[in-house]
Design a protein around this ligand. Structure first.
Ligand SMILES: NC(=O)c1ccc[n+]([C@@H]2O[C@H](COP(=O)([O-])OP(=O)(O)OC[C@H]3O[C@@H](n4cnc5c(N)ncnc54)[C@H](OP(=O)(O)O)[C@@H]3O)[C@@H](O)[C@H]2O)c1
Length: 243
């Protein structure tokens, strides 16, 4: 088993940070399953990484479509019967999100439905496969905006970023990390929340300080944690993040 190729599923891997996570994992010799809700975009990303010499396969996965999540888990079970790495990367923002006094509740519902409920559903569907691996790693893409401490700290650079739907969705993802890490204590599955930093992607309108390649580095590091991996942590490029 020690020399067997690791298998990773990256959700939302057709562009942005997810594509770069997939690329860096493929370069590390991992067989990467490119989760994408769109067949053409996902197939193109898998073909791109394959053309670069990596091992990558498209798998259809829409966080808002439970049957696609079940079908993806069944495909992985049939073809590999295990999963070593799950990177819960897919996520959205919404133009109608905003401060708690005026942000659209429907926008908050859409964001939480994708970023939290979808991530929870994917994690539950993949857990039996992760339990089949000798050691497994779950990386939840969070954000410093999901930190209750940061949101309440007037000295934080993120203090004024009041997006009630998005920030609450990432706080909920953090709760998933904390509770799942506690539930999985004593197993060989580690689960952590990783904030990639402020990254130039479609999600940020290409504002941000980091390239997608740079933003992928910390999630990849936590996806490839070895024996004695930490679990239940919330980290960002500068170190540990307060919850
Ligand atoms: N960029 C930043 O500064 C930053 C900071 C902190 C955290 N993050 C987090 O990092 C992750 C990646 O963000 P990004 O900046 O790379 O964003 P992005 O470029 O907009 O990419 C988001 C990815 O998620 C996919 N996605 C969205 N909804 C989906 C659904 N229902 N089912 C399946 N896939 C879905 C998108 O697919 P389509 O192409 O089909 O839309 C795309 O592949 C997100 O969780 C985000 O919250 C980003």
């Amino acid at each position: 088993m020690a020399n067997e190729t690791l298998i990773a599923l990256v959700t939302g891997a057709n562009k942005g940070i997810g594509l770069e996570i997939a690329r860096q994992l493929a370069r590390a010799g991992v067989l990467v399953l490119i989760g994408s809700r769109d067949v053409e975009r996902g197939s193109a990303a898998a073909a791109l990484l394959s053309s670069e010499g990596g091992r990558a396969k498209f798998i259809r996965l829409d966080l808002n479509d439970h049957s696609s999540i079940e079908a993806a888990a069944e495909t992985i079970r049939t073809e590999h019967n295990r999963l070593d790495i799950l990177v819960n990367n897919a996520g959205i923002v919404d133009a109608e999100d905003g401060p708690p006094s005026s942000g659209s509740p429907e926008a908050a519902r859409r964001i939480i439905d994708t970023n939290f409920i979808g991530t929870l559903a994917v994690t539950q569907a993949m857990l039996p496969l992760l339990r089949q691996a000798p050691t497994a790693r779950i990386v939840n893409l969070s954000s410093s905006l999901g930190s209750l401490t940061v949101n309440g700290d007037p000295n934080s650079p993120y203090y004024s970023a009041r997006l009630i739907g998005y920030n609450a969705s990432k706080a909920a993802v953090n709760m998933l990390t904390v509770q799942l890490a506690a539930e999985l204590r004593g197993t060989s599955i580690a689960v952590n929340s990783v904030s990639p930093g402020y990254v130039k992607t479609d999600l940020t309108g290409h504002t941000g300080f980091m390239t997608a390649e740079e933003g992928a580095r910390l999630p990849v590091k936590y996806a490839l944690l070895g024996e004695d991996a930490v679990s239940g942590q919330f980290v960002e490029p500068g170190g540990t993040t307060p919850w």
